[in-house]
Design a binder for this molecule. Structure first.
Ligand code: FAD
Length: 355
């Protein structure tokens, strides 16, 4: 049976980001790598968006970048600027193509469909397949997005809408998210933060079509792409093993209050590459305990008081957008954190400490 120095289980965002990072920094010249990925074909399946608070390898896969955004609750809109940290959207189709073209050129890298094809005993494993045990009380961010093209120019491509809470909440937290790529092309998503046990929330197509029709007031359009997903707002089981590191969602790279994962995956890949020569003994990379603690309280409030969340998100953005973005992207300092905490309803959050 074949053996490899490194094995990456799952050639998705985290697996491929890590392989690319190792390859471009010449860490695979005299090491072998197997990437285990069952999918038959790579095609565009996700749009990864984030505020660019750190550099990454995929600027050439960015579909659109914005320096302005808005957030709405019924009757109120806040327009905000993010020039310091532009919001970027990455097309997963371009990302997969760029990485696979690069990796194919290295003979030390093999693509396999099943881990049973190889002997793993002497390898170091990077695993991106999450071990999720579904529990009824777990919260999820579940969503569906339609990319639409219109005949007329109806969008302002200079400003995206981060959250529009002016919609049915159905005793949960629900908002729409619109990314205008050009004057006649946009991704419109319906997003729910809930325990995902209410099937009535999953009539996504109807929700988006109604929103496009009644809210955006667009009648004439074609659907060019669809994406759907559910991000766990809890950590998958991450057992510490000497010769294995979990990466991506499996490795706890999701910020639980927001679902943002992409940039954390890039930072984790960089950390692994910097420590690859002594990876078994290196300290494990984690999202800092501070954010784990604050997100835990935030999600307790969300679970207990879904009806308060639209105002809480809206008020949070009354702090300077730079501060909020740093906070949501794990880059905030003590003063930034304090500024955000002061915008929260204090009694509700203090009570949440004791739920
Ligand atoms: C539709 C969607 C949109 C998202 N948008 C954003 C966003 O805008 N911003 C953001 O920061 N985050 C976003 N996320 C969250 C997160 O960034 C993505 O889920 C990201 O793809 C996570 O990377 P990953 O490598 O952990 O998982 P994946 O990219 O899902 O990769 C896991 C891989 O493992 C493979 N696999 C499955 N089973 C096995 C097996 N048994 N053996 C081997 N391989 C297996 C899968 O085929 C897949 O390729 C989004 C998630 C989804 C689902």
């Amino acid at each position: 049976m074949r053996e490899f120095d490194y094995i990456i289980v799952g050639g998705g965002c985290a697996g491929l980001s890590l392989a690319y990072e190792l390859e471009v920094h010449e860490k695979l010249i005299d090491k072998t790598l197997a990437i285990i990925e069952p999918r038959v074909e790579y095609k565009r399946d996700k749009t990864w968006s984030f505020w660019k608070v750190a550099s990454h390898n995929f600027d050439d896969c960015v579909k659109q970048s914005w320096e302005h955004f808005s957030i709405n609750i019924p009757g109120k809109t806040n327009h905000l600027e993010c020039k310091n940290y532009p919001y970027q959207s990455i097309d997963s189709g371009l990302f997969y193509k760029k990485i696979n073209n690069k990796l194919k050129k290295n003979k030390n890298i093999s693509f396999l469909k099943n881990i049973n094809e190889i002997n793993t005993k002497n390898s170091f494993i990077f695993n991106s397949v999450p071990n999720i045990q579904k529990k009824h009380f777990n919260l999820w961010q579940h969503f569906c997005g339609l990319e639409i093209e219109t005949k007329k120019n109806v969008f302002d491509e200079k400003i995206f809408n981060l959250m529009d809470f002016d919609c049915e909440q159905r005793e949960s937290v629900h908002f729409f998210y619109t990314l205008p790529y050009s004057k006649n092309k946009a991704l419109v998503e319906t997003t729910w933060l809930s325990r995902m046990n209410d099937n009535s929330q999953k009539d996504y197509d109807k929700q988006i079509k109604d929103y496009i029709d009644k809210h955006l007031k667009i009648k004439d359009y074609t659907i060019t792409y669809k994406e759907e997903g559910a991000i766990p707002l809890f950590y998958p089981i991450d057992k510490k093993e000497k010769n294995k590191i979990n990466i991506g969602t499996a490795g706890g790279m999701t910020r639980l209050s927001t679902g943002y994962t992409f940039l954390n995956i890039q930072e984790h890949s960089k950390y692994i590459r910097e420590n690859i020569e002594n990876i078994s003994n290196s300290k494990r990379f984690k999202i800092s305990k501070k954010y784990q603690f604050l997100d835990d309280i935030f999600l307790r409030v969300l679970d207990k008081h879904p009806e308060k969340m639209s105002i809480i998100f809206f008020d949070m953005f009354k702090a300077s957008p730079k501060t909020v973005i740093k906070f949501l992207s794990n880059k905030s300092n003590f003063w930034d954190d304090l500024n955000i905490i002061l915008k929260m309803p204090k009694l509700t959050f203090i009570k949440a400490l004791f739920y």
